[in-house]
Design a protein around this ligand. Structure first.
Ligand SMILES: [Mg+2]
Length: 225
C-alpha cells in the first residue's frame, strides 16, 4: 500500500486568490488588521499559523473566540469568492487523481494548511473532494509538520493499519511541503505549479521535482519503486 498526501493550493488547484482575499477581508472585518498594507505570505503555511502570526504582528491575542469569529467570516467569504474567480484545476490533476483512485494499492489523502472546511469548500467547488477520504488540516496546528503527523494518523485510522513513512508520498508546491514530508519520514514530490519555481524548490531537496503533473509518468514510476 502506498499513500499519496496532496497539498491543495498551488498543487491541485489555483483559486485565483479566492482564499487569500477572503482571509485578508476577514482579518480586517473581525480584528481590524489591515493585511493589505503589511502584506502576507501564505504559501506553505497553515491557516492557524497565518492567523497566529498576523495577530502577533498586530499585538493582538488570537483567543479561541476570536479565531471562531475569524473562521466563520473567512469561510463565508471563501464560499462567496470561489465561483466569482477564474480559478482552475492545475494541469494533469484530474487525470492523475482518476487514475490513482482506481488503484486498490493506493490511498489518497490531503495534507493541507487549509482548515478542513476551507479544503472542503475549495475541492467541492472544483469537483475533486470525492477522491479524499481523510486528511490533515490547518485548523489546530500553526506548524505544517504537525499537520503532516495528523494526516499520517488520519490515514492509519482510515486504513485500520499502521503505515510506515516510506510508504507515503507528500505532493506539494513549497519547501514547507518537503520539510513536513521529512518530519514523518515520507518521500516528497515538489511541483512548480505554485508561486515557487524549480530552482527555489530544488533547494529543499525533494525526491522528485516536476514542472507540473500534465505528464505524471515520472511520478507514477517513482511511486512504483
Ligand atoms: Mg500549496
Amino acid at each position: 500500500m502506498k499513500i499519496c498526501l496532496f497539498d491543495i493550493d498551488g498543487t491541485l488547484v489555483n483559486t485565483a486568490g479566492a482564499g487569500k482575499d477572503a482571509m485578508i477581508d476577514s482579518f480586517q472585518s473581525t480584528a481590524g488588521i489591515d493585511v493589505q498594507t503589511t502584506g502576507v505570505r501564505v504559501s506553505g503555511k497553515t491557516d492557524r499559523g497565518i492567523a497566529t502570526e498576523l495577530f502577533g504582528d498586530a499585538g493582538k491575542q488570537l483567543t479561541e473566540d476570536v479565531w471562531e469569529k475569524f473562521l466563520s467570516s473567512y469561510m463565508a467569504g471563501l464560499a462567496r469568492n470561489l465561483p466569482l474567480r477564474q480559478g482552475r484545476v492545475l494541469p494533469g490533476i484530474v487525470e492523475l487523481l482518476d487514475q490513482l483512485a482506481e488503484r486498490e494499492d493506493i490511498a489518497l489523502g490531503l495534507l493541507t494548511g487549509n482548515v478542513a472546511q476551507g479544503a472542503y469548500l475549495k475541492l467541492t467547488h472544483y469537483d475533486l473532494m470525492h477522491h479524499f477520504a481523510f486528511g490533515g488540516y490547518g485548523d489546530l496546528h500553526p506548524d505544517r509538520n504537525d499537520v503532516a503527523q495528523a494526516a499520517k494518523d488520519a490515514c492509519e485510522s482510515h486504513l485500520g493499519q499502521a503505515v510506515a513513512g516510506d510508504q507515503i508520498w507528500v505532493i506539494g508546491d513549497t519547501a514547507n511541503d518537503v520539510r513536513c514530508a521529512r518530519h514523518i519520514g515520507a518521500k516528497a514530490l515538489a511541483v512548480a505549479t505554485g508561486v515557487f519555481d524549480r530552482d527555489v524548490l530544488a533547494q529543499s531537496e525533494p525526491d522528485l521535482l516536476m514542472d507540473d503533473l500534465a505528464d505524471a509518468a515520472e511520478f507514477l514510476d517513482a511511486l512504483a519503486q
